[in-house]
Design a protein. Structure first.
Length: 796
């Protein structure tokens, strides 16, 4: 028996399907039917539930073949047949005769919201998007290139441009995603990222380091014994000696594979050739994954340079980069002079390497990357000796000067411009399991130290090396574990939190979306604790920024490349008028960075935010948006007097063995969220009350009345009196009532009315209190009121 599922309002939602698709006679119907094995038995899942599939159908209910154009019908025919009943839905067949690419995403929703992966793909393509028949998937239709279709089941991503069938719903995801847009570049990117690779390769090929410049290889290839063959292909695009263009591509790749074993270089050269075809060469899979690896695997010999530049020059910490670039400059100038002479010495003799050429050469030695494509974004350079990327323009210009010292600052900016345009877009490595330390990358999952690699995109590392199983050092009867207990007043929950804070400060590439406020008066150890963190990760990795400075112009640039930001001695009760930048940095959201006399740029910081203060600041933002970003660590110890030991701060927490032990102890902690002690939760509740006069009034005054119904004018009058007595600025009547009702909750009717007399009011208030607050006694008139709908009504 065939079970059909008729989707409600399908006839209405089909209006949303783009007209471009309706115009193609490539439609079928479908029915939901049980899957069967080769013996005709119905398939079931592990729980015994029947597995279903969408079977393409023709209007006469016979099965349709999606590869047979004779079975296709028009959109109107499909809709009419569907409306007559007997079918589960309609669907579109992608063929070579249409410009469409279909992307099918599974498991796109979690708690009613798009998953992060689905949102990125939807936002990237920004084209027609509908919710699939299951209600948990998406179909995205774009105008895109002809691609090899794939079904990546592990990622839940499918993509097709031909020989594929989509059951359409017309249930658009958003009102701005109703049109089919041209998305060739985005399709190729997603195709390259999610396409399933073959599990087996005939002969695996690894790209080797680049030995020579592109231009030098062309000179050598043109003058070789097979130079005429090379020039026919490369210069003239002559494929007469080959059965097809693809085989001519293999021929050119084969010649270049003799001169270079670097896949990226061969790809660049082939794209410069007369054989270049955008529809083939710009596809990531055609040259880089098929043509070039095949040629390299079948080229047994190769050109060998006089010196072994090949052995790991690019991004190598073992190479003297300054010396290498100086030597490269001499060779570049020699090549330019030779070409100048061959051109009859016309014009001025070349004496400098152009900015464009500098950018090309530098990429042969160092990796450059962009972290996003935001306007005015800055290019990052990999530093092999450090194992991290930097966007420090001064350092990048210094490297440029090693290659071409004659370039002034303006010319160096031109080099950076070209590097920016050529750089690959790379996402920063954001993982709580990978933490860059002084001597490598600590992998928390494997508990091992990995070597630095440009494949890991880090912008900072801590200055303490990781050592296996260090002994806990004892100095003059002092040890760090006992000291941590003492500053936490022997509260095991606080001790545990302090170690978590140290762990969090180690990783400037992952955010737990919390700021840490170390709060306490007097000599209590919080300053020494901060100093321990600074010594551990290195002062160069620390930005000193107080919570009240985050919104000041030009200040956020101080966070660039930092692991943590520490605000020491934040003034108690300082007023924070705008906490938006602070909030964004804490949760790793994008912020705009203004740099003096330069273009602003947008970026994301993941550094830990630690603030030290004798008293919490006051935030203008009273919402949970700021509160939920705060963890308060109370420091209640008192080391004034005989217990004070100045050697702790000056010597002990600077000791190398102490730092190595602290690193080992903290870095091996594995947690997603901070474990908040009860005392910290209590402190946060007190802070919420202190930070918000309305909430403070509600908790301290209003709740004590225990009144079932009260006129609003009396509540507001006592609120103003409360503010005056406590040094707060009172809100207007309208602002107060708007904010106050958010704290009352569902138990209170904030739109109630009633008549009140002296007797009722006298039950809850003294007459003198009313007079002191400047309030008149009730006159029996109808008044707006707050009423507790759950309380026992008091007769008025």
């Amino acid at each position: 028996m065939v079970t059909s599922i008729v989707t409600q309002d399908m006839d209405l939602r089909t209006l949303n399907i783009p007209q471009e698709m309706k115009d193609h006679k490539q439609w079928l119907l479908w029915n939901k039917e049980p899957k069967k094995d080769s013996d005709g038995n119905i398939k079931r899942d592990d729980q015994g539930n029947i597995k279903y599939t969408k079977v393409p159908k023709r209007p006469n209910v016979s099965n349709a073949d999606k590869t047979n154009p004779d079975h296709y019908i028009s959109f109107q025919e499909a809709v009419s047949a569907y409306e007559n009943g007997g079918f589960s839905g309609i669907g579109f067949v992608f063929t070579e005769n249409d410009p469409f690419v279909g992307i099918d995403l599974d498991d796109c929703f979690q708690d009613g919201e798009l998953t992060e992966k689905a949102k990125k793909i939807v936002d990237s393509l920004a084209s027609y998007t509908e919710v699939s028949q299951s209600g948990n998937g998406l179909h995205i239709i774009v105008d895109g290139p002809d691609i090899d279709g794939f079904n990546n089941q592990s990622e839940g991503v499918e993509m097709y441009s031909k020989v594929a069938y989509f059951a359409m719903t017309g249930d658009v995801l958003r009102d701005d995603l109703t049109d089919i847009e041209e998305r060739h570049v985005q399709v190729l990117y997603i195709h390259d990222k999610y396409r399933t690779r073959p599990s087996k390769q005939t002969k695996p090929v690894n790209s080797r380091p680049q030995l020579d410049s592109d231009d030098h290889i062309l000179i050598e290839a043109r003058n070789a014994s097979n130079g005429e063959k090379f020039k026919a292909l490369f210069d003239d695009g002559d494929i007469s000696g080959y059965p097809s263009k693809s085989e001519a591509d293999l021929g050119l790749a084969g010649i270049l594979s003799f001169w270079s074993k670097n896949i990226e270089q061969i790809e660049r050269l082939m794209k410069r050739s007369a054989l270049y075809r955008a529809d083939k060469y710009d596809r990531s899979d055609y040259l880089r994954e098929r043509t070039i690896p095949f040629s390299l695997s079948n080229t047994t010999e190769g050109y060998r340079k006089e010196r072994d530049f090949a052995l790991h020059v690019k991004n190598s910490a073992k190479v003297d980069l300054q010396k290498e670039l100086k030597e490269r400059r001499s060779k570049e100038l020699a090549l330019m002079e030779k070409a100048w002479k061959e051109n009859d010495s016309q014009g001025r003799k070349p004496t400098t390497i152009s900015p464009l050429r500098c950018a090309v050469v530098l990429q042969e030695y160092i990796s450059f990357a962009l972290f996003d494509l935001e306007e005015n974004t800055k290019v990052a350079m990999y530093m092999p000796n450090e194992g991290i990327y930097t966007r420090n323009t001064t350092l990048i210009k210094r490297v440029i000067s090693w290659l071409e010292p004659k370039h002034n600052s303006s010319k160096a900016d031109d080099v950076i411009y070209y590097l920016t345009n050529m750089a690959e877009v790379r996402e920063k490595t954001e993982s709580r399991y990978l933490i860059p330390v002084e001597n490598g990358i600590f992998n928390l999952k494997t508990k091992t130290l990995e070597p630095f690699s440009p494949d890991y995109v880090f912008t900072a590392k801590i200055s303490t090396p990781y050592v296996e199983q260090p002994e806990p050092p004892v100095i003059d009867d002092w040890d760090v574990e006992s000291w941590m207990n003492s500053i936490a007043c022997d509260d095991p929950e606080i001790v545990h939190l302090l170690w978590q804070v140290i762990n969090d400060s180690l990783n400037g590439n992952y955010s737990r979306k919390k700021s840490i406020f170390l709060v306490g008066e007097g000599n209590n150890g919080k300053g020494t604790f901060q100093e321990l963190i600074t010594n551990l990760i290195g002062s160069d990795n620390i930005a000193t920024l107080k919570v009240n400075q985050f919104d000041e112009e030009f200040m956020l640039s101080a966070l660039e490349g930092k692991t943590a930001v520490i605000g020491d001695d934040v003034p108690a009760n300082v007023y924070i008028d705008d906490s938006s930048n602070f909030n964004s940095v804490v949760t790793g959201d994008r912020v705009q960075v203004n740099v003096k006399n330069k273009q602003p740029y947008n970026t994301v910081y993941k550094c830990s935010v630690i603030q030290s203060t004798n008293g919490m600041p006051k935030f203008r933002n009273k919402t949970n948006g700021t509160i939920r970003r705060i963890v308060i660590v109370p420091f209640n110890a008192d080391f004034d007097g005989q217990q004070e030991n100045e050697n702790i701060k000056e010597d002990y927490i600077r000791d190398e063995q102490v730092l190595q032990y602290v690193l080992h102890r903290a870095i091996n902690m594995d947690f997603k969220k901070f474990d908040i002690p009860a005392v910290s939760q209590n402190e946060l509740e007190v802070f919420k009350q202190d930070n918000d006069p309305v909430l403070d009034f509600k908790v301290s005054v209003f709740d004590e009345w225990n009144i079932p119904k009260v006129p609003k004018y009396i509540v507001y009058g006592f609120y103003k009196d409360f503010c005056e007595n406590n040094g707060y600025k009172a809100l207007s009547d309208r602002q107060f009532n708007k904010q106050f009702k958010t704290y009352l909750g569902k138990d209170w009717d904030t739109e109630s009315q009633g008549r009140f007399d002296d007797e009722y009011i006298g039950i809850y208030f003294h007459t003198m209190d009313l007079i002191r607050a400047g309030l008149e006694l009730p006159d029996g008139a109808n008044k707006k009121a707050y009423e507790n709908v759950r309380a026992q009504a008091v007769q008025v």
